[in-house]
Design a binder for this molecule. Sequence first.
Ligand code: MSP
Length: 507
Amino acid sequence: METFYITTPIYYVNDTPHIGHAYTTVVADILNRYHKLFADDSFFLTGTDEHGQKVQNAAKARGLEPLAHCDEMVLRFQAVWQELAIQPDFFIRTTMPFHQECVQRCLQVLFDKGEIYSDEYEGWYSVSEEIFYTEKDLVNGKSPAGKEVQKVKEKNYFFKMSAYQERLIKTIEENPYFIQPDGKRSEVLGFLKAPLGDLCISRPKSRLNWGIELPFDSEYVTYVWFDALVNYISALGIHTQGPKGDIFDRYWQSAVHLIGKDILMTHAVYWPTMLMALNLPLPKQIFAHGWWLTDVGSKMSKSEGPVVAPLDMKDLVGVDPFRYFLIRDIYLGNDAKFSKELVLARINSELANNFGNLASRTLNLVQKYLDGAVPAPSETQNETKELCILALQCAPKVRDHIRAMAPNVAVEQIISLLTATNKYLDTLAPWKAAKSDLPLAAESLYSALEVLRISAILLSPVMPNKMATLLGWLGWNKPPNFEDAASWQLLSEGTKVSKGEVLFPRI
Ligand code: MSP
């Protein structure tokens, strides 16, 4: 049994969730469900990042107190996650008292160790990224990502991030899987060629009071990224009693931070150096996925223009097919275009025509020729033997690809098995055989039922509702688990199967 701890970024509650937020969270949910299917000890954390300038501004614009604004926005996030069948093991809010206490404990530890000092600060701040820049970081008077910046001059507290530069470089060089994909790893190493500055980790309350107070100076609050990153460990109950007790030792070293590439540097530079200073081990991996792009190839985001509302897509195609699309059409790590046409094309070809068609023809023929009951298993034909081999290879392949963070390749294995089974039925043509050689028809239908059973188990992390329905039609009432997906001929003779309806209507 392996241990797996998957996190998403915690999202700013300045706006409602959009497709990008939904994407990371759906992928994390699917990975968590796969690991649970493999009987791994798996924990999935997501949540909301509620402090900072951006959220304070959003609350102000709505004429609300920050916390009242957050309370309302959080419900919207949670409602969307529920509609998308996302089931985190814990949902963290940075305004939760245990988290705030943990952040303060971390700050105090660093302060006591001399890792934090105060100094006069002069620089530039990007509110939309919540990041400080120095004069030389700016490109044409804007942040390197092209965001507006404002001048800031004040006394602040700094974390001695620069002291950890060499150790960080060494860690990344020695652990090729620490930052993935490889391109992102090189980007971080490239960035670390220039000297690393110290990190400004405070804001005077006179300018921003929506944050966690510094335990050693009540005139200041913590910089939002220092607060936010700590969520990954506060949720595990380090330093304070977390929501699930002390599960830090159980999960931390198998942590995978799934993030969008927009926040790579904060995760790959700020966070590991903070952990080093705190004397804590590093997470196992930081995995930066790509972006969903608009038709014209720019990142989908509210500040850049209209974005797809996740629930509109879900209402159009259904929650399970939508989840399927999100995981299927993109290599984790690459960018991909998002459009309604692409969603429909993928769903119609693979789910309606391939998977759905196999289910309906098999169940209909079993109804028609075998009284709606599972026949006895048999393997007299070479084609059947070959199909059995393919089917038995599928589950281990899926597991390998999921463990390698390649969920689209995992799903492709199942789709190939379904394609092969449709061809197999075309070859053995049970609708013809039933009239002259019933045992032969029964053999091919039994095998097709087995493939449906295996595929439904293996796709249940992606499409939990539809797969539960299909398993029900097959008369398979056990909760999905890996062992059953890795075995052949488990359906027992005589089990009643339903005729079923259309599993995936063409859209
Ligand atoms: N609050 C910080 C994260 C703190 S984590 C300790 C933050 N929040 S955010 O609300 O801006 O969310 C950013 C994340 O949303 C990205 O990292 C990514 O996971 C997701 N996405 C937002 N737009 C996206 C796309 N167009 N495509 C894919 N995912 C993107 O940053």
